[in-house]
Design a protein around this ligand. Structure first.
Ligand code: NAD
Length: 458
């Protein structure tokens, strides 16, 4: 029996629709449809798969405003961000539409014949995504997987299924075969686990918390099923005394308050060289005060509400008075899951605000003395996803970026993700890489075939 799950507008706190949560039987039916669709898809000429993916990108492009409006309502993302996210889905599809014709194997010199490798599709891929970026993270999985000849079952998070459902509809409108990209909304423990456990699901791409990722990996291990895991983060934003302090302070709010801090790449630890700590905080305070939090439908709004009341309460528990607060930004009051950005000054290295992923608009500031301590503190976490380094010293930028154990770093910039470059974590932040030119290969198996030519082996 399908459970109806209420879908809430985070800016009002009011439910505006509901979505049926699939049970294990519905997941099984979806996988069966996907198996049939994948056989036909893999048999198409590469140029035809490429053409259909380009058409899918064009249909998404024609629906950017609609998708953005859905995301604003379902997830509370500011309209400008949501529009960027929908455009990003289009861009990712366009980028991987080139892949079907570029999955190039190799011919290896051997004696007595010809040896060739093929990149063969895996079959049906499960893509399980979190609620923080429902569209973009879904596209990072489904676009390269489809390009490599697979079918995809997308399981969105319980709270944010609307854009994922619409994207599967747009795939059909674009002419992709029925069943090739299906969105199956459902609870993690029911539909998510059913997908991971299904014997006809050949691979799982999971993005979410480290605890759930570990559970998904254990379930997949029972069938020796490959996984890509994109998990949590506790990234550092390291500001050296020689940095352009104005630029670093101007960028610091966006580094952690973008998407209301509900970002795996959020630089939630701000490490500042002690000799410039006061000068840096003097610059940061007005930048935080100027951070525009409000109705996500406003064109100039930078931050909307948090995704749910429960999540807002969890984030608030980190700003509970036990850790000194340097200053806070502002947020609307009243209905909606609002939270004013907070800058904390923990005085104990074991303070949980320095250890745990908060996933909200909260940043903890720590002072350091010298390059070695900066690297030690940046690495003093079980995570290793993202981070930034601010310095005018090129050599230092290179040294520190090589020493920090993170999958995606930027120097004098906040940037974490470009679809043309690989993205993923080290340590407890995950396994495998998404995006970049090699992403389709992660959805293939290499087959090696030797063709004997009848010549005597040398
Ligand atoms: P979550 O782990 O609770 O849920 C993620 C997804 O997994 C949801 O679709 C959920 O329904 C499903 N799920 C839950 N239990 C499951 C189970 N037992 N089996 C299979 N699926 C299950 O995470 P969340 O709270 O939705 O998202 C926030 C987390 O995601 C944060 O830790 C954040 O850092 C992480 N994240 C990581 C990246 C990255 O690229 N590294 C990107 C975005 C978010």
């Amino acid at each position: 029996m399908t459970e109806a799950f209420p879908i809430v507008d985070p800016s009002t706190g009011a439910a505006f629709t509901e979505v049926g949560m699939a049970d294990a039987g519905e997941v099984d039916a979806a996988v069966r449809r996907a198996v049939r669709a994948q056989e036909g898809w893999a048999a198409l000429a590469p140029a035809d798969r490429a053409r259909l993916l380009r058409r899918f990108a064009a249909v998404v492009d024609a629906h950017v405003e609609e998708l953005a409006a859905l995301e604003v309502r379902n997830s509370g993302h500011p309209i400008a961000s949501a529009r960027w996210e929908a455009g990003h889905v289009r861009d990712v599809l366009e980028y991987y539409a080139g892949a079907p014709e570029r999955l190039i194997g190799s011919q290896i010199p051997v004696a007595g014949g010809i040896d060739v490798t093929f990149h063969e599709p895996l079959g049906v891929v499960g893509v399980i995504v979190p609620w923080n970026f429902p569209m973009t993270i879904a596209a990072w999985g489904f676009a390269p997987a489809l390009a490599a000849g697979n079918a995809v079952i997308l399981k969105p998070a319980e709270w944010t299924p609307l854009t994922a459902l619409r994207l599967a509809g747009l795939a059909l409108e674009a002419g992709l075969p029925d069943g090739l990209l299906q969105t199956v909304p459902g609870r993690g423990a029911e539909a998510g686990e059913a997908l991971v456990r299904h014997p006809d699901v050949a691979k799982v791409v999971f993005t979410g918390s480290t605890g759930t990722g570990s559970r998904v990996m254990a379930l997949a291990a029972e069938q020796v099923k490959p996984v890509t895991l994109e998990l949590g983060g506790k990234s550092a934003n390291v500001v050296f005394a020689d940095a352009d302090l104005d630029a670093a302070a101007a960028a610091a709010p966006g580094a952690v308050f973008d998407n209301a801090g509900q970002d795996c790449c959020a630089r939630s630890r701000l490490l500042v060289e002690r000799s410039v700590l006061d000068a840096f905080l003097e610059r940061l305070e007005p930048a935080v005060a100027a951070w525009r939090v409000g109705d996500p439908r406003g064109e100039d709004v930078q931050m909307g509400p948090l995704v749910s009341a429960a999540h807002r309460d969890r984030v608030a528990s980190f700003v509970d008075g036990s850790t000194p607060v340097a200053f806070r930004g502002s947020a609307p009051s009243g209905a909606g899951f609002w939270f004013a950005p907070a800058v904390l000054l923990p005085d104990r290295p074991d303070d949980r605000v320095l250890r745990e992923e908060i996933f909200g608009p909260v940043v903890a500031v720590q002072a350091f003395d010298g390059e070695a301590e900066a690297v030690r503190l940046a690495n003093d976490t079980r995570y290793g996803l993202s981070g930034s380094i601010w310095t005018r010293d090129l050599g230092r930028g290179i040294r520190v970026s090589r020493a920090v154990r993170s999958g995606a770093l930027s120097v004098n910039s906040n940037s974490s993700v470009r679809y043309t470059t690989p993205f993923g974590g080290m340590k407890r932040s995950g396994i495998g890489r998404e995006l970049g030119p090699d992403a389709p290969l992660a959805f293939t198996a290499v087959k090696n075939v030797f063709y004997a030519t009848g010549e005597a082996p040398a």
